[in-house]
Design a binder for this molecule. Structure first.
Ligand code: BGC
Length: 754
């Protein structure tokens, strides 16, 4: 399509009308100019294509499809290739079904485990989240189907999601909440970015120029379309001016907004060139991502089920396994207990809800298995204990060699549109777990939930397998992991806290009167628990295997670099157990003695490797500035302070196996603002002002420092503290102490500024 030529031929009305959809799921066609209508569909963990009645809450039917593990499960795989494969498979499905854009991935940060949509998001860590998202986007778009990363931005709760205000400081916004999008946008280059419903620091995301234009386009170089979340438009003209391209859903509801755009251009409120730019983005999308480019593509539900199953096996996280209770040997006399055995929980509710073609249950899987018996034990639909069912399950467990309980969150407690109120499993399930354990010490709990739950029984239960919401293949994957056909390799991409009260945002989630203040700042997830040296139930990055790994090395290519250089770190990992297995090798960095409040460690690299027993592999991580920087508000950019940095490599954030240190030199000092309020210490410490300060005050300060050191000072034993006080004193105070006159001070400050 000759896009500029097409725009030149369009009337103002045609341009404005292209800025909203034709209906719930389609862009508008302009027949006269050969502009086709394109279909957008929900994902991200499957294709939710609605051919009949449309909605955005997962209420009406969509075509039969395949449900892949949801994002929180995929994140636990820590496997970029897997995320890419899921994306590519979905891309093929979209091509076969005539869909141009799949609405995903969702990369909002898990600020609180209570967020009702956490199952749709990857991680509490922005690096992990953006890496997984970039891989998914690349996979999907390799089939010439657009991805639409969402929900931009700071949409970390469902409470008042359409109107709430997410209030936070600039550093937190960039370092945590935008960072989850930044790399995914830069590297994955998604066709679409979906703006969220909420306000960010007072301005709706859909009309937030700073987010949609200054950051997204100008700083990150984004050139795709910005789509509204469904119904997120407030002031359409303001939104368009801020960088919002396509309003969805279209149809009757958006017609008035199209007319507002026309009027705004006619009235001179909106430059036509801005509208042209929006139209250009939409046409570029229509031109580039089009179904029919892969006529060979078929939606083979059976084949894709197998992909979903393989994916599910990678996602399961073995949280605990005392005395090698797992894997189970075939033929073990086992009591399988729990309502989820008949009705597996495989996904969350809402707009991502997939109408699965086939969902094998655990009950299907154990058909014909010798020595495996089943008792329901509890009803998934209820919180109340069914005494008869409980008694039956306890009796069965007592008669077997092991009990395997399938527990988890019921669908009603994890859904789009509402946050969870607590972290507990239903009381009937907790009670059952304790009762079974009382008669059967060899009890295993298998969990299905999209986000952390508390486990008051964790210390007593020897084995726990977290399956998350692993899609259609959930049951077969769980069986494969339990019986050791697959060696577990998932790791938590979020912390499981001991209790809700421990969580970083506890006092401020979901906020009050529609205002959520992010007082915990950058200390989200493990950044908070580590800084506060708190115990957690299971830490970020944790996950066991049926084999063991030894780490050696942690060797740097250099131990002194400038912030513009790269450094490589290599580590050797050996499978020291008896089974083949996969390990997620995690690299964290932390600054030793920073002047800025920073997390103890931050994930900056991970690699999933497969090793046969006895074999080893050396992995190299290449780190650049982004692995060490924090967001510095004085320059509105990422910055690395000169100093020592620690690099730790391990099997989880709290199972560090080797460490090393390097020195990084900042190539630019931070600017210093010189005024009478600037402290003497800051002026002495800054390369721009240090020499002049030394010249004037060197003698005086040197003498005081010597006296403080030798204890000979007339100031007594606290001389050192007084010295620190002097360093923190604003230079202007020297006038009050008669050291300098006002005129001398002003002249001196002028000389420091020049
Ligand atoms: C959700 C989006 C979804 C859209 C379309 C909205 O309510 O927030 O994630 O893509 O509906 O269904």
């Amino acid at each position: 399509m000759e896009i500029d030529a097409v725009i030149r031929q369009m009337t103002l009305e045609e341009k404005a009308s292209l800025c909203s959809g034709m209906d719930f799921w389609h862009t508008k066609e302009v027949e006269r100019l050969g502009i086709p209508s394109e279909m957008l569909c929900d994902g991200p963990n499957g294709l939710r294509k609605q051919e009949d009645k449309a909605d955005h809450m997962g209420i009406n039917e969509s075509i039969q499809a395949v449900c892949f593990p949801t994002a929180s499960a995929v994140a636990a795989s820590f496997d970029r290739k897997l995320a890419g494969k899921i994306g590519k498979t979905l891309g093929r499905e979209c091509q076969a079904e005539g869909v141009s854009m799949l609405l995903g991935p969702g990369v909002n940060i898990k600020r609180s485990p209570l967020c009702g949509r956490n199952f749709e998001y990857y991680s509490e860590d922005p690096y992990q989240s953006s890496e997984m998202a970039a891989a998914y986007i690349k996979g999907l778009q390799s089939m010439e189907v657009g991805a639409c990363i969402k929900h931009f931005s700071a949409n970390n709760q469902e409470t008042r999601r359409q109107s709430g205000d997410s209030v936070m400081d600039e550093r937190t916004l960039h370092e945590i909440y935008l960072a989850s999008f930044e790399q995914a946008v830069k590297e994955g280059k998604p066709a679409g970015v979906m703006c969220s419903y909420n306000r960010v620091n007072g301005t709706f995301a859909s009309e937030n120029k700073e987010l949609l234009t200054d950051i997204l386009r100008a700083r990150w170089g984004y050139d795709g379309i910005v789509v509204t979340d469904w119904g997120a438009v407030k002031d359409r003209v303001k939104g368009l001016g801020a960088g919002l391209d396509l309003e969805m859903p279209g149809g009757d509801g958006s017609r008035a907004n199209d007319m507002r755009i026309v009027k705004a251009v006619r009235d001179g409120i909106l430059p036509e060139s801005t509208l042209d730019e929006t139209v250009r983005h939409i046409l570029q999308f229509i031109d580039k991502y089009r179904p029919g480019r892969h006529p060979e593509a078929v939606f083979d539900r059976e084949e894709d089920y197998q992909t979903a199953l393989e994916a599910a096996k990678e996602c399961g996280v073995l949280l605990k396994n005392e005395c090698g209770l797992l894997p189970l040997a075939q033929g073990t006399k086992a009591a399988f207990i729990g309502g989820f055995i008949e009705s597996p929980r495989i996904q969350g509710s809402g707009s991502s809800y997939i109408h699965s073609a086939r969902i094998p249950s655990i009950l299907d899987c154990i058909q014909g298995m010798e020595n495996v018996s089943y008792a329901k034990g509890f009803d998934v639909a209820s919180d109340e204990t069914d005494e008869a069912a409980l008694a039956e399950a306890v009796e069965l467990a007592g008669k077997c060699e092991v009990a395997v309980i399938f527990a988890g969150l019921p669908g009603r407690s994890e859904a789009e549109g509402a946050d969870r109120l607590h972290l507990e499993l239903p009381p009937n399930q907790n009670r059952l777990i304790v009762a079974i354990k009382a008669v059967q010490p060899r009890t295993i709990v298998v969990l299905s939930n999209g986000a952390p739950v508390t486990m008051p029984w964790a210390a007593q239960i020897p084995a726990i397998l977290e399956m998350y919401l692993a899609g259609d293949g959930s049951s077969e994957a769980a069986m494969s992991l339990l019986y050791g056909k697959t060696n577990p390799s998932g790791k938590l991409a979020e912390t499981f806290p001991l209790c809700l009260e421990d969580t970083p945002s506890f006092l401020n989630f979901p906020g009050e009167k529609g205002r959520a203040e992010y007082h915990e700042g950058v200390f989200v997830g493990y950044r908070y628990y580590d800084k506060k040296k708190m115990d957690v139930l299971f830490p970020f990055g944790h996950g066991l295997s049926y084999t063991t790994f030894r780490y050696t090395g942690c060797v740097l290519s250099e131990d002194h670099i400038r912030d513009t250089d790269r450094v490589t770190v290599s580590v050797t990992v050996e499978n020291t157990g008896k089974r083949a297995g996969k390990e997620v090798v995690q690299l964290y960095t932390g600054q030793c003695g920073s002047t800025i409040r920073r997390p103890v460690r931050e994930l900056k690299g991970f690699e999933k490797i497969e090793l046969q027993p006895g074999s080893k592999k050396t992995i190299q991580f290449t780190l650049d500035k982004s692995a060490f920087a924090y967001y510095e508000t004085a320059i509105h950019d990422w910055y690395v302070e000169s100093g020592h940095y620690e690099i730790s490599i391990g099997s989880s954030s709290r199972d560090i196996r080797c460490k090393t240190q390097l020195y990084i030199e900042a190539s630019q000092p931070l600017p210093i603002e010189v005024s009478a309020e600037t402290s003497i210490g800051d002026l002495l410490g800054h390369p721009k002002t240090a020499a002049a300060m030394q010249k004037i005050f060197g003698n005086l300060l040197g003498k005081a420092a010597d006296e403080a050191d030798s204890g000979s000072s007339s100031m007594g034993e606290g001389a050192g503290n007084l010295m620190q006080g002097a360093m923190e004193m604003p230079i202007g105070a020297l006038e009050s102490f008669g050291v300098l006159t006002r005129e001398q001070l002003d002249t001196f400050l002028d000389s420091l500024r020049s």
